[in-house]
Design a protein around this ligand. Sequence first.
Ligand code: MTE
Length: 322
Amino acid sequence: MLIRKPADIPSSEITPQADYLNRRTFMTGMAAAGLAALGAERIGGLLSPGVAHAAEKLQTVKSPLSLTGESPTSYQDITHYNNFYEFGTDKGDPARNAGAMHTRPWTVQVTGMVKQKKMLDIDTLLKLKPMEERVYRFRCVEAWSMVIPWAGYSLSEFIKQCDPQPGAKYVQFLSLANQKQMPEINQSGISFPYTEGLRMDEAMHPLTLLTFGLYGETLPNQDGAPVRVIVPWKYGFKSAKSIVRVHFSDKQPPTTWNMMAANEYGFYSNVNPNVDHPRWTQKTERRIGASLFKQRQTTLMFNGYGDQVASLYKGMDLKKYF
Ligand code: MTE
């Protein structure tokens, strides 16, 4: 991975959530005013037919699958320390640049081994099932971690709607790749669209979350608006952001980081303190935003979700299938 020297964001760079949201609304207004001044005939050529979508409150119910006893990472850290290489390689770039992404209208295409191909509208998906708040540990392969109160429902509910054929063994997620809205897309050396995949039983596991929000609001763009996947027992890169297509197949799909460096990033990428990354240890992690004494933490097998998910890998050599 394009690893940056991990450094906490100085608090001076952190904007309280309310200010941040107000500023975003203000800037969207400014942009609209600027475009109006250009005259209608030119607007058509400049705008693609979509808009950035302001944060909305989500009605959530508490989930029994939530962690208890760990304090969530601050909203500021979750939204200003990101990996979203389509918007730049620095941890602060997504917050700076992702505002340009249009998240309405937004559809998710369903392709491959399904009874019928579909286009699902994001506003339909938002209402498909009651939204749950799930507080999960999030462990990045770069050895930092957070605790995040996501909002969503189990991916299995979405997969049922997709009606995959019985022969479908894998599900692949493809992210938006739009040069106009993602000006940094050609700068990182990664080939886009960003793509990730899961085995069908992993995708159907109740912990795997189709994620629409965090801290009770729709996802900010830099965190993968309007929809992403979260697989809490795997390294963070398995969780593709801003998904526009879900593809079912009987073959293991290619995945972005595995294509970049197969010896460093396996398909499975389960959090495993016994399998080090070739360039650094995975035995410990740095908890973003934690006090000095609690910053360095021991990494747990399957990120602490072993009781729920270890059976998925029974009999597998997890050093080989890392
Ligand atoms: N999805 C897309 N489309 N592009 C990306 O660069 N980065 C991945 C993953 N999903 C990435 C992505 C990586 S490396 C990580 S660690 C997580 O998103 C980061 O999620 P966060 O920024 O919400 O913490």
